[in-house]
Write a protein that binds this ligand. Structure first.
Ligand code: 13P
Length: 248
């Protein structure tokens, strides 16, 4: 049985005091459901949030890390630093990092390996842009990303990770993929995983959809058989909205 994961990706939003205010409010609204909830916050907010969430079922995530264990990498944050303060998940290879911070499939692959070594569950983001979709190349693009990003990663790690299908044209645009489009790609991702690994891994892996998920479209997307949760940007910034999605 896969436990769906709904993770909020706050991106570069909220100061520490705003994050603390969110969690105080969110804890009051939060009710235990069959869904796992996670907040992926900017680095500086993580210690305070870890303290506030430690006696709850709400998980904590980061949005990036460096692939090296440690070293002379000014301005970077390591997986061990995150693990020590109670980070459970880390978003890896978000399209904004691939586009604005020159992340490649090679660095994404190294970051995934570092996550597994530090016992942090990665949320690997894949997805096509608008011109790739229009050209009928969406499946080819996602298939290639998966084979490069997961290269050399063993099945026991892959079966415990999360993949988020985030079509770039649906991120922050208000134009979500239709439930059928999202289901079709998430089903395809499961088939690719079965081909790269086996049926067991494909059955265990959590596959999310992300891109303009909101309280009013969450249910139809999340009821799809191959969609095990969502990665939510804008609609995760306000406690009541985020809770409505978790409680779809
Ligand atoms: P929006 O929900 O704001 O479209 O963002 C999606 C996203 O990029 C989550 O990682």
């Amino acid at each position: 049985m896969r436990i769906p994961l709904i993770a909020g990706n706050w991106k570069m939003h909220k100061t520490v005091s705003e994050a603390v205010e969110f969690v105080s409010e969110f804890r009051k609204l939060y009710k235990d459901t069959d869904i796992r909830a996670c907040i992926c916050a900017p680095f500086v907010q993580l210690p305070a949030l870890s303290e506030m969430l430690k006696d709850t079922d709400i998980k904590l995530g980061a949005q990036n890390l460096h692939f090296a264990e440690k070293g002379a990498f000014t301005g970077e944050i390591s997986a061990d630093m995150l693990r020590e303060i109670g980070v459970d998940y880390c978003i890896i290879g978000h399209s904004e990092r691939r586009e604005y911070f020159a992340e490649t499939d090679e660095s994404v692959n190294l970051k995934l390996k570092r996550c597994f070594e530090a016992e942090i569950t990665p949320i690997l983001c894949v997805g096509e842009n608008e011109s790739e979709r229009d050209a009928g190349k969406a499946f080819e693009k996602v298939g290639l990303q998966l084979s490069l990003d997961l290269s050399g990663i063993p099945s026991e790690d892959v079966s415990s990770m999360v993949i988020a299908y985030e079509p770039i044209w649906a991120i922050g645009t208000g134009k979500n993929a239709t439930p059928e489009q999202a289901e079709e790609m998430c089903g395809f991702i499961r088939c690719v995983i079965e081909g790269l690994y086996d049926e067991f891994v494909a059955d265990e892996i959590i596959i999310q959809y992300g891109g303009s998920v909101k309280p009013d479209n969450a249910e139809e997307i999340l009821n799809m058989p191959n969609i095990d949760g969502a990665l939510v940007g804008g609609a995760s910034l306000e406690p009541a909205n985020f809770m409505k999605i978790i409680d779809f």
